[in-house]
Write a protein of this length. Structure first.
Lengths: 272, 344
C-alpha cells in the first residue's frame, strides 16, 4: 500500500515535470543548461566563485591608465577592460555625472575600498577575490573574502529592509533555473568601482544568477536609482568556479592594514 | 496571452510542491513551538535535506555563567533557586551599571538599547562555571613558559604606551578586528552574542553577528592550512562523529591570544543538537606551552530569533577616532596651559 502510494507520487511528479518542460519549451524558454540539483530540488549554486575581469577598476570600458601612487609604478596601473555595463555609458543625471567626475579625481581619498569598508552590491560580486555560496532552502549565504563581507539572501520570510546597511537587504526567489535576488536598504557610502561610479541610498539592485555550465554562472544585475540615473541599466558577466582542489575562502581582515592610514594623524607625537 | 503561460506554470509548480511536501518526511521542522524535551528523553535526529544533522538557524550563547568558578563556590551546579537568584542579581547589576545623567550612562546604558543580556534570549545554565575539566572549574595552572609569555606581553604593552596613544595600542575588539564571539572557541560577548548556522553539502557556515565574522568549516577531511599561514580565527576543519560536529582549529596568528595561550593552541569544538532549542557546545583547549594539561568548557547554545543585522563595526568606528582625537586635544590644552604658566 505504502509503495503503491509512493509509486503514484513518483509517477505524478514525473508527469508534472514533463508537463512543466513541455510548457517551458512551448514558451520558448527551454534553458540551455540544467544545473545539478540540491537535495531539496533547487539549482545547486554551492561553490567558490570569482569574477575574472577588470570591473573593480572601472565597470565601464576603459583603456589602461595611470595608477594613483607614483611609488607603486606598474603594480598600481589600471589594467584595461571592456567593462560590464550593457548598452553604452551609465545614464547619469547631469548633477550625478559631475559628482562621478569629482569622485574619480579624488579617488585616492574617497574610494571606500581604500579604507577597507564593506564593498556593497554589486561591487562585492566582482572584487578580485573569491566568494563562497553556502546554499540552504531558507537562506543562501554569500561570503566574500574581501573584508569578510557577507550577504544573507532570504528565500522565505521576505521583508522590507529594516534599516539601511552597506550590503543591503536581500530577498531571493527561484525563477526556473535562475536565482533572482532583490536588494534594497543600501546606504549611500559604497561605490561600484575604483573609478568613482556611485549611487545614492535609493539604490535598488535586482540580480539574476543562472548556472551556464558546471563551472560558471551567468550573472546579471539591473541597477535602479532615480536620484542618480535617468533610467535603469544593466551589468552582466560570468562568475567562474575556483577549480583548485584546496580552494577556500581565506581571511582578509583588512582593518589592520588601514588603521595607520585612517588614524595615523591622531597618533601621539613624541614630546620635544 | 503572454501572462497565461506563467500562470499555468506556477499552478503546476504549486501542485508539484504540494505533492513533494506530502512525499517528503517532515525533516528540519525546528520551530520554536517544538516541545522542550529533556536532552536524554529523545535523541534529536533532524537532518538537513542532504542528510547532515541539522544545526541550522539563529542561535545565541549569551550567558551569565563565568568561564571560571567563582572563589568560594565548591559545587558544580547551582540549585534552580540559586541559579534564578544569581541571574536576578546579575540582571540588576547590569541595569544599574551606570549613573543616570553621566556621560557613561549615555554611552553605556545597555538597558535603553536592549543590549543587556536580561532583555534578550540567553542560554540559562545551572553550572557554576563554564569550565567542567579540571573538575574544580578553574583554568589549570599556567606553566613557567606561559607565565613568562604573559609577563613579556604585559611589558610589551607598557612599552607601546597608553591605549590612547595610537590605535595599534587599543584592544582588537575596540578596533573592530575581532571579538570574543568568533573564537574559536566561541565565547559569549557582553552583548549581541548571536550566531547563524547554515549548512550545505561538505560545509558548515557559522556567522557571528559581531563584526560579521564568518567561519566556513570544510568537512571533507582536507589538511589544515600550511603551518606558516596564520589567521585571526585560525584554520578550522570539521567532521561528523555520529550526530556531533567536531571542529579542530589551529594556525592562530597569536595577535589575539585566547586566555594568553601560545600560537600553538589547538581548539577542539563539539556541537551536538540535543533538542529543538539547544545545541550542546563544548570545547577543549590544548596548549602544552601554556597549560600542563588540556581543559574543557561546556555552554549551551540556545535557539534565538533572527534575523541577524549587519554589524558594520569598522565603518562606524567613531569610538577609536574620538578617543584618539580627545587625547590629542587634552595634550594640546595641557601644553598650552603649561606654556602660559611658563611665560608668566
Amino acid at each position: 500500500m505504502r509503495n503503491r502510494f509512493r509509486n503514484s507520487i513518483i509517477a505524478m511528479a514525473a508527469l508534472t515535470a514533463g508537463l512543466l518542460l513541455a510548457v517551458l519549451s512551448a514558451a520558448g524558454q527551454t534553458p540551455a543548461y540544467r544545473a545539478p540539483r540540491t537535495a531539496d530540488g533547487k539549482p545547486n549554486l554551492n561553490g567558490i566563485w570569482q569574477a575574472l575581469n577588470e570591473a573593480n577598476w572601472d565597470i565601464e570600458a576603459h583603456a589602461a591608465g595611470f595608477g594613483r601612487v607614483v611609488a607603486l609604478g606598474a603594480e598600481d596601473a589600471v589594467p584595461p577592460g571592456l567593462g560590464i555595463v550593457e548598452g553604452g555609458p551609465i545614464p547619469y543625471l547631469p548633477a550625478a555625472a559631475a559628482k562621478k567626475k569629482e569622485n574619480f579625481e579624488k579617488r585616492l581619498t574617497l574610494d571606500p575600498e581604500i579604507k577597507c569598508y564593506l564593498p556593497g552590491v554589486p561591487r562585492a560580486m566582482y572584487m578580485p577575490q573569491p566568494f563562497q555560496i553556502v546554499q540552504s532552502a531558507k537562506h543562501i549565504m554569500m561570503v566574500f573574502q574581501y573584508a569578510g563581507a557577507v550577504r544573507t539572501i532570504y528565500m522565505d520570510e521576505h521583508k522590507e529592509a529594516p534599516a539601511d546597511s552597506w550590503m543591503g537587504w536581500s530577498n531571493g526567489h527561484w525563477e526556473g533555473e535562475t536565482l533572482v535576488v532583490d536588494t534594497t536598504g543600501f546606504n549611500d557610502q559604497t561605490w561600484f568601482d575604483r573609478a568613482g561610479n556611485f549611487h545614492s541610498d535609493a539604490l535598488h539592485v535586482i540580480e539574476r544568477f543562472t548556472a551556464a555550465s558546471r563551472d560558471h554562472i551567468n550573472y546579471e544585475a539591473t541597477i535602479e536609482d532615480p536620484q542618480v540615473f535617468s533610467r535603469p541599466w544593466k551589468i552582466s558577466m560570468p562568475l567562474y568556479r575556483r577549480q583548485e582542489k584546496n580552494a577556500q575562502i581565506m581571511e582578509f581582515k583588512c582593518v589592520e592594514f588601514v588603521e595607520e592610514l585612517i588614524y595615523g594623524h591622531l597618533r601621539k607625537q613624541p614630546s620635544k | 496571452m503572454n501572462h497565461r503561460f506563467p500562470a499555468s506554470i506556477s499552478m503546476l509548480a504549486a501542485v508539484t510542491a504540494v505533492v513533494l511536501l506530502v512525499a517528503t518526511p517532515v525533516f528540519g521542522q525546528a520551530s520554536s513551538s517544538a516541545p522542550k524535551a529533556a536532552p536524554a528523553a529523545k535523541k534529536w535526529t533532524a537532518k538537513t535535506p542532504d542528510g547532515q544533522p541539522d544545526l541550522q538557524g539563529f542561535w545565541t550563547n549569551s550567558t551569565y555563567t563565568p568561564l571560571q568558578r567563582p572563589n568560594g563556590v565548591t559545587k558544580e551546579l547551582y540549585t534552580a533557586e540559586e541559579a534564578a537568584q544569581i541571574e536576578k542579581q546579575a540582571a540588576e547589576r547590569e541595569s544599574e551599571q551606570t549613573t543616570p545623567g553621566t556621560i557613561a550612562d549615555v554611552h553605556y546604558d545597555f538597558t535603553q538599547f536592549g543590549l543587556d543580556r536580561n532583555q534578550s534570549t540567553h542560554a540559562s545554565n545551572m553550572r557554576t562555571s563554564l569550565i567542567v575539566d579540571p573538575p574544580d572549574g578553574k583554568l589549570p595552572p599556567v606553566t613557567p613558559e606561559g607565565q613568562k609569555r604573559q609577563a613579556d606581553r604585559a611589558a610589551e604593552r607598557r612599552r607601546m604606551g597608553a591605549t590612547t596613544d595610537a590605535v595599534q595600542n587599543m584592544p582588537v575588539g575596540t578596533r573592530c578586528i575581532i571579538m570574543a564571539g568568533s573564537g574559536p572557541p566561541m565565547m559569549p560577548a557582553g552583548y549581541n552574542s548571536n550566531y547563524q548556522i547554515v549548512q550545505a553539502p561538505g560545509y558548515v557556515m557559522i556567522l557571528t553577528e559581531m563584526i560579521h565574522d564568518v567561519r566556513i568549516v570544510p568537512l571533507d577531511g582536507r589538511p589544515q592550512l600550511p603551518q606558516n599561514v596564520r589567521q585571526w580565527i585560525g584554520s578550522s576543519r570539521g567532521r561528523w562523529e555520529g550526530n556531533t560536529l567536531v571542529v579542530e582549529t589551529t594556525n592562530f596568528n597569536g595577535k589575539n591570544p585566547f586566555q594568553n595561550a601560545s600560537d600553538d593552541i589547538r581548539v577542539t569544538e563539539r556541537f551536538t543538537r540535543v533538542d529543538a532549542n539547544t545545541i550542546d557546545y563544548r570545547f577543549t583547549v590544548e596548549d602544552e606551552k601554556t597549560w600542563a594539561r588540556p581543559w574543557t568548557a561546556v555552554l549551551p547554545i540556545k535557539k534565538s530569533v533572527g534575523p541577524i543585522f549587519e554589524h558594520a563595526c569598522h565603518e562606524g568606528n567613531y569610538g577609536v577616532r574620538n578617543t584618539l582625537a580627545g587625547a590629542r586635544a587634552e595634550e594640546k590644552r595641557a601644553a598650552e596651559a603649561a606654556a602660559k604658566n611658563g611665560s608668566k
